[in-house]
Design a binder for this molecule. Sequence first.
Ligand code: ASP
Ligand code: MG
Length: 410
Amino acid sequence: MALIVQKYGGTSVGSIERIKNVAERVAKFKTLGHHVVVVLSAMSGETNRLLALAKEMQALPDPRELDVLISTGEQVTIALLAMALKALGIQAKSYTGSQVRIVTDSAYTKARILAIDEERIRSDLDAGKVVVVAGFQGIDEYGNITTLGRGGSDTTGVALAAALKADECQIYTDVDGVYTTDPRIVPEARRLQTITFEEMLEMASLGSKVLQLRSVEFAGKYKVKLRVLSSFQETGEGTLITFEEENTMEQAIISGIAFNRDEAKITVLSVPDTPGIAYRILGPVADSNIDVDMIIQNIGANNTTDFTFTVHRNEYHRAIELLRDLQPKLGAREITGDDKIAKVSIVGVGMRSHVGIASTMFKTLADEGINILMISTSEIKISVVINEKYLELAVRVLHKAFNLENAASI
Ligand code: ASP
Ligand code: MG
């Protein structure tokens, strides 16, 4: 007998029919003798619908009230699933985040989980019940409802699995696992049987939308055994996120290609090359809560230097206006930018022990005439920024160059 946490995403609970299907899958695990905790998202589209309603009331909706509103989607699905389970003769009980007491900080719309009171869940499980918990939400120490950021139900699932020391956390979604890249761009993309936690972390932060980044961080911190599976297939192993690198000959050098279209770059031209200049440019950007991703500072010439960095495309206009206001103070000649860029990254722990990966990547792009605008690397990834219009081509040729359609890579 095992304790399993199963999280189902919005499409998996998108209709009455689908919720009934989820109930049947849960019932199957229960009948096998397992303890099951289910975490649900809202029905697909529901969170967006609620956000749109809020915007009709207030251009910038009050964050506290926004969380009261957008946390309701999950309350609907948990009650419906508990009913569906009861209709199948399975004992079940639903809880909102605040009923469980999933305690978070007070950062509305992007709160972090601080603690989970798992007593009630445990006693329900011991009494033979399936426990159904609303994802994406919690309560702060003052009793305010909070939400965990878009895609936050993944994090609820993983956090509950960690708190309950579950044997496995299964994330059911509309794809049957983690792929080498998005199959909509590369039809030959292959499902990975396993991916290391480190690689998954990179993939999630680089734009793969399969798991919320925070849920992967959580899984890493608490060593939660995490598996991504399809809720639309009867069987299938999905993709297991592992903590150890398999030292087999077959270990691929590159595990996947992630990409992100949500980027924009900003260049501050010709600022005095003096100590503190990076801080004077990026300090105010950080103070305005704008996340900076890649940063490049050119070699100075004639006591001046250029500074380029990337931000989320949604923050591009805000960042550029901020810097144009600061331009006289910085002594910059010009502030320019481009919001039609994209980032493509190759990810793989095998990079640690192989040379020549970067040059293969650069040659592959060069052979297609794709110009690289920026480069950044870590131990297990290489990212390039390119013109957005070459994104799909770049992903396709890289997938081929690293032979990702075949199980054993180059
Ligand atoms: N319903 C929330 C969202 O759409 C949370 C989730 O689905 O994970 O972002
Ligand atoms: Mg999701």
